[in-house]
Design a binder for this molecule. Structure first.
Ligand SMILES: [Zn+2]
Length: 466
């Protein structure tokens, strides 16, 4: 939109004079001279009030001369009643405007066409404010959000409103995913994509993981607080590509890695998806989201995981040609667990660990399995590790993976788990229902994947009463 600069200049001039006059009055009465922070805050509040009135006046001014009758959604006739005031909660606070109101249909419905034109729902939050509330809701706990929002917006918003709008964004993301799943199972759509696939990454990574979320139903109003709680797995998946980290930007850990001849890589174009659901259902999301990044058409598709069986089963089923790599740090951790359980002598422990970590690094998994076998009678840990290493042998050829320049750490998905689950769903005071946890996590995943603008566009074109 183009604005009339001259009009803005005039308004600014008026506002500056208004403030100057107010400050002079204050100085004369108590001798105090306000500092910049106070002036900024007060000017922001004044601008909010101006914005609030301007939005209300603008909306009212868009009301054309009302017709006597219009058609109702039911097919009947609605009759013009009067110009009726309505309130919406906009980015400026409670905004009032007047528009033509129609009623008198047999179906008892009433209607204000201006509301529909602008996607307004009387008494409710506007789409512009809703996306800001949701942005707070994916970052802060719902009980803390109002405090943050008050500081930014300068008016009060309830905890429940933040929750509702955040969960609504998550619901929009869930609908996007349902649409992806529908398309990924539709022959016509799949053929169209084969003909016209768009960009295919030369090398693409997928990574899958799960994190525990505590489900604790909120106490019903007036009812007894339910003590029942239960832990559910939030399954997460991430699609990403990698790029080399320039030497000047390498962290200490990456510099160490580079010294060990491991390429310093970082993830880019991360796309996170999540759900609390069975592996089988999650597989559909894996396939559908994979279609959006052409995972099945990628000549060099790599999966990184921690070694959980359900993960490899899904990968093998949907992407049989993909390379499978067990995350290096998980594998290394198994060696540490064995060493800690098997050796009380610290020197012996260190020697065993160093030898076997080196063997693992060199892709000599058979040696590692043999070393665990020797220790198997010392305890359960060693025999469990033996099974783990022999089951995942081909996924641990780290020598070959390093030569091929693959990323061997699943840090990308783990950081996603941390950002989506630990940093939001596990905040103090968080109490979740399954749907609340899923919707909040989906909204947050969309934000972290750079997909927020898509949800914002969908939110502002939502039909009323959705
Ligand atoms: Zn009707």
């Amino acid at each position: 939109m183009n604005y009339n600069t001259e009009a803005i200049n005039q308004m600014a001039q008026q506002m500056a004079e208004m403030f100057k006059a107010a400050i002079i009055v204050q100085q004369e009465s108590d001798g105090s001279a306000p500092k910049i922070a106070q002036i900024e805050t007060e000017m922001r509040e004044a601008l909010r009030q101006v914005g609030n009135q301007a939005l209300g006046l603008f909306l009212s001014s868009m009301q054309t001369t009302p017709e006597k009758e219009i058609t109702c959604a039911c097919g009947g006739r609605l009759h013009y009643q009067r110009m009726r005031e309505a309130m919406v909660i906009s980015v400026f606070g409670r905004t009032f405007f007047k528009r033509a109101y129609y009623a008198g249909c047999q179906c008892k419905a009433g209607k204000a066409p201006l509301d529909e034109q602008f996607g307004l729902q009387p008494g409710a939050v506007t789409a512009g404010l809703a996306t800001l509330l949701a942005l707070a809701g994916i970052e802060f706990s719902y009980d803390k959000s109002p405090q943050w929002l008050q500081a930014y917006l300068l008016f009060d918003i309830s905890e429940n409103t933040v929750r509702t709008e955040t969960e609504r964004m998550g619901t929009l993301q869930a609908k996007r995913e349902e649409e992806m799943i529908r398309k990924s199972q539709d022959e016509g759509c799949l053929q169209e994509r084969q003909r016209n696939p768009g960009r295919i990454a030369p090398r693409l990574y997928g990574s899958i993981d799960a994190a525990k979320v505590r489900i604790e139903p909120r106490s019903k109003q007036g009812g007894e607080k339910e003590t029942h709680e239960d832990w559910r797995d939030m399954k997460l998946l991430c699609w990403f590509e990698t790029e080399p980290v320039p030497p000047s930007q390498r962290s200490k850990r990456q510099q160490k890695k580079a010294e060990r001849e491991q390429p310093a890589l970082r993830a880019r174009n991360m796309q996170y998806f999540c759900d609390i659901t069975k592996a089988e259902e999650f597989g559909k999301l894996l396939w559908a989201t994979g279609c959006t990044v052409n995972a099945d058409l990628c000549p060099d598709l790599v999966f990184l995981g921690d070694g959980a069986v359900w993960i490899w089963n899904l990968v093998t089923y949907y992407y049989p040609k993909a390379k499978q790599i067990v995350d290096w740090y998980h594998a290394e951790e198994h060696l540490e667990i064995v060493a800690t359980a098997a050796f009380t002598d610290l020197t012996q422990r260190a020697i065993w660990l160093e030898e076997n970590t080196q063997a693992l690094w060199d892709g000599q998994v058979e040696e590692v399995v043999a070393a665990c076998e020797v220790l198997a009678q010392t305890g359960l840990q060693a025999s469990q590790a033996m099974t783990y290493f022999s089951n995942n042998m081909e996924r641990m050829r780290y020598d070959r993976f390093r030569v091929a320049g693959y990323m061997i750490g699943s840090g990308t998905i783990e950081s996603g788990c941390k950002q989506i689950v630990s940093q939001r769903l596990k905040l103090p005071g968080a109490q979740w229902t399954v749907s609340g946890a899923v919707q909040t996590a989906k909204a947050r995943a969309a934000w972290l994947s750079g997909q927020w603008h898509i949800l914002c566009a969908q939110r502002s074109s939502l039909p009323l009463a959705v």
